[in-house]
Design a protein around this ligand. Structure first.
Ligand SMILES: Cc1cc2nc3c(=O)[nH]c(=O)nc-3n(C[C@H](O)[C@H](O)[C@H](O)COP(=O)(O)OP(=O)(O)OC[C@H]3O[C@@H](n4cnc5c(N)ncnc54)[C@H](O)[C@@H]3O)c2cc1C
Length: 291
């Protein structure tokens, strides 16, 4: 049986205390939230933190609310809470679509939104969904808080701009009325990580796309975004031709790796097809054509 290397353990009850404990235990201390990614990595000795700072009792990090024109999601919000939230469903259906295909209820009951983003797995579904809706994250450290656009948050596979001693506290999503959004994923079996996945958010007026966001997971898209395809669709008619061309552009700019989930060409093909379908579904929702 695999067991992690020895570590110290402390349980925090507030953001302030978490930051204090992180400083106290030093740069090799790690925050633990749901533990669904960190514990397996510790068992495999791919991570060897000297101390774990448990944030599961930090209630102030668990919320979903609308403030002004922003949807605000606390970092400790569980996948299951995001999936069940009427507020999230009202503004961005992309999250319910994504959450339904993330792992299984056991993982969703415990895994957190902040943990998912900080894990920065290249196949992470929420990173692609948040990229599609132009989210930002709030990171707190001893020197105060900073807000970072999601497009600057991931610096590589399993790497983010969160530094030792810092804590991701909130995800902020701008609310723009009248849009539609959707997320689609191809997986080898139910609950598996994506072979490829795409999310889209669209705002349409008079049959023309006014604003758009497209996120991609598991296909090596920079910052989980199909930036070129996103730029292409804005100002174009919301038609099948536009969405097909956007899919082609998105596929062209992916950089997938071959692995047990499939070869490069297959993943690139999926990236294009899923982008087209996600745009189609988002457009139907934006135009009230789909329940
Ligand atoms: C069987 C299985 C299947 C899965 N399938 C999928 C899937 O299909 N799609 C998908 O997207 N995900 C999937 N996941 C991952 C799942 O979404 C986890 O919830 C997620 O990876 C990590 O969340 P966590 O809260 O468990 O984080 P943890 O494991 O506790 O932490 C992960 C990392 O984030 C850091 N961290 C956590 N919270 C913070 C914070 N607030 N501030 C700073 N750092 C923080 C930790 O130090 C650690 O480095 C799967 C996981 C499992 C176990």
């Amino acid at each position: 049986m695999q067991v992690p290397a020895a570590f110290e353990y402390a349980r925090a009850t507030s953001v302030g205390q978490t930051l204090q404990l992180l400083a106290e235990y030093g740069e090799d201390a790690r925050v633990i939230a749901g533990g669904h990614s960190l514990i397996p990595m510790m068992k495999l000795r791919l991570a060897r933190p000297t101390a774990l700072i448990d944030i599961n009792d930090v209630a102030e990090l668990s919320y979903i609310r609308v403030e002004g024109s922003q949807l605000r999601i606390g970092a400790l919000t569980r996948h299951a809470e995001l999936l069940a939230s009427p507020l999230v469903e009202e503004h961005y259906r992309i999250f319910a679509d994504a959450e339904k295909v993330i792992a299984d209820p056991l993982v969703r009951n415990r895994g957190t939104v902040g943990g998912s983003l900080c894990q920065a797995d290249p196949a992470e579904d929420l990173s692609a969904a948040f990229a599609a809706v132009d989210a930002s994250v709030v990171i707190q450290g001893a020197g105060g808080a900073r807000t970072v656009p999601l497009t600057e948050f991931h610096v590589g596979p399993y790497e983010t701009v969160v530094e030792a001693g810092e804590l991701l506290t909130e995800i902020q999503v701008p609310i723009r009325p009248g849009g539609g959004s959707a997320y689609l994923k191809v997986e080898r079996r139910v609950g598996d990580w994506a072979v490829a996945a795409a999310g889209a958010a669209l705002w349409i007026s008079g049959g023309t796309v006014q604003a758009a966001g497209i996120g991609l997971a598991a296909v090596g898209a920079a910052h989980f975004r199909a930036a070129e395809a996103q730029e292409f669709v804005v100002g174009k008619p919301a038609t099948e031709e536009t969405f097909a061309e956007a899919g082609r552009i998105a596929a062209e700019h992916t950089n997938p790796v071959a692995d047990q989930r499939g070869p490069v060409d297959y993943k690139r093909h999926l990236a294009g097809e899923l982008t087209t379908r996600a745009l189609r579904a988002a457009a139907a929702r934006a135009q009230g054509l789909e329940a």
